[in-house]
Design a protein around this ligand. Structure first.
Ligand code: SF4
Length: 482
């Protein structure tokens, strides 16, 4: 019989590779009689992230690692020779509360392997969260993973106890899913996503009419994708993420660089995927989510991989030099956001400053922004701000990030032809290619017209329409609160 301490060690380790945790977006204010809150305004309650951007201070744990499925990329797969453990709902609730009372954590990130089947596993999770919320009066942040294939009624019960939900998309294509996670089906993953989206929207509507209606996953949903265990390009991955944001209203897609777990029989090679790839995908994702880029602009068919040594916005700018430089006094915010090195805050500062005067280069330099990279793409009052012209072959060198991670050298092994993202590791320092006039016109036109629906051309996009939700999950047909 395992002690609770042993279980904690096994199940904490099992959850280590789950990266989809961030507690932003949910507000549970402190309430009399309840403990915990998700508000960052409360002293002693804060959210922090580790250096690589992962969220800490949640108890991140599996309900069980005794999985009946055998996903090849997973540490907890049924064929793995590892110690197994499961927590009872009571153990999990007590553990969380004890950690919370000792100030080790602010919230809970609960996932689980498939214990018996998705329904049974979800029932166990519901029991644990119900104990936390109702018996222990825990009002802190809870992120819970929904198990693919879960019944919509159980999904609804789970969401009523959590702040955020997620269903892992797992792999970037259906063919990879069939190969590496044969017990999982595309529909079993996408259907719960569609149900969560609908239930969140129904809940918003309900709460606008009845203020006391219980919250359903107020921080929405996210997903996680394993990168590098299968051969999809970065472009494919980004297109899929874009479609998930649009279609399922996800708050975030998290990327998890594949970590070898000792099963090389059907995985391409027993080498870790560099974290740089994960990092570049997050940067590209950011451009799509927040900076108005479409996935097709960031990566196109002739440029399907992100480069290791240059950030995606700078790489895009180098391929679109004809759109630069932009004039700080007249460019709109969307255009300023496309300048390498300028972020939301810098763009806002420029817009604010130019309201009172026409900006000259010295004014921009005095604004306290770092324009080391932006200078090559800006004019101020008609004066080019860069120290070398845009067409200079050295420009790319000046835009490169620091030295590559040592582990990248592993992947330059010529005996690794299977690595799907080989161009990703090329360290070409060629000057940007010259674009013909016709090409320029085509690119300008492409930027000026709304992107086509990209999700129609990926394997994951032939998503079946969401099944009708059971009537019991729908809001009342009419009636006003009161
Ligand atoms: S379902 Fe697959 S990914 Fe999830 S714990 Fe089981 S083996 Fe791992």
């Amino acid at each position: 019989m395992l002690s609770l301490e042993n279980k904690l060690s096994i199940l904490g380790e099992g959850a280590r590779y789950d990266v989809s945790c961030a507690s932003s977006g949910s507000v549970r204010r402190p309430q009399a009689g309840l403990i915990g809150s998700t508000s960052t305004a409360i002293a002693g309650v804060c959210h922090s992230w580790s250096e690589d951007g992962r969220c800490v201070s949640l108890l991140k744990i599996l309900m069980s690692n005794a999985c009946v499925y055998d996903c090849a990329y997973c540490l907890n797969r049924s064929s793995a020779d590892i110690p197994r453990a499961s927590l009872t709902p009571e153990e999990l609730a007590e553990l969380t509360i004890e950690f919370y009372r000792r100030n080790y954590i602010e919230g809970l990130f609960l996932s689980s392997a498939v214990l018996m089947d998705p329904q049974y596993t979800t029932e166990q999770m519901i029991k644990a969260l119900a104990l936390l919320r109702h018996t222990y009066r825990f009002n802190g942040y809870i992120h819970v993973k929904a198990i693919p294939g879960v019944d919509p009624l159980l999904l609804q019960q789970l969401g009523l106890l959590a702040d955020r939900m997620s269903v892992n998309i797992e792999l970037p294509s259906e063919s990879s899913l069939r190969l590496l996670a044969p017990e999982k089906e595309k529909r079993g993953i996408l259907q719960p996503m569609a149900n969560i989206r609908d239930l969140v929207n129904i809940n918003k509507e309900e709460r606008s009419r009845f203020r006391s209606a219980p919250l359903f996953a107020p921080a929405g949903q996210s997903t996680q994708m394993v990168v590098g265990a299968s051969p999809e390009t970065d472009r494919h991955i980004l297109l899929l993420s874009q479609s998930l944001y649009r279609r399922y209203e996800l708050r975030r897609v998290y990327y998890s660089a594949y970590v070898p777990v000792g099963n090389t029989s059907i995985l391409p090679r027993d080498l870790p995927v560099p974290l740089t790839r994960e990092h570049r995908l997050y940067q590209a994702d950011w451009l799509v989510r927040l900076y108005g880029f479409s996935a097709e602009e960031v990566l196109d068919e002739s440029y399907p991989h992100l480069e290791a040594n240059i950030d995606p916005k700078a790489a895009w700018a180098l391929r679109h030099l004809h759109l630069f430089p932009v004039e700080v006094n007249t460019a709109d915010k969307a255009t300023l956001l496309r300048v390498p090195g300028l972020g939301e805050r810098s763009a806002q500062r420029i817009i604010q400053a130019r309201r009172s005067k026409r900006l000259k280069p010295e004014d921009v330099k005095k604004m306290g922004m770092v324009i080391k990279r932006a200078q090559y793409f800006l004019t101020a009052d008609g004066v080019f701000m860069g120290s070398i012209p845009l067409e200079h072959p050295e420009l790319k060198l000046r835009l490169l990030d620091g030295p590559l991670e040592p582990q990248l050298s592993l992947l330059e092994d010529p005996a690794a032809p299977w690595i799907p993202q080989l161009p990703y590791f090329t360290k070409s320092l060629q000057p940007p290619e010259v674009v013909s006039e016709a090409g320029e016109l085509a690119q300008v036109k492409k930027l000026a017209t709304p992107p086509p629906a990209p999700w129609q051309d990926t394997v994951w996009q032939q998503v079946p329409p969401p099944a009708e939700l059971p009537a019991s999950l729908l809001p009342p047909a009419s009636g006003k609160g009161g």
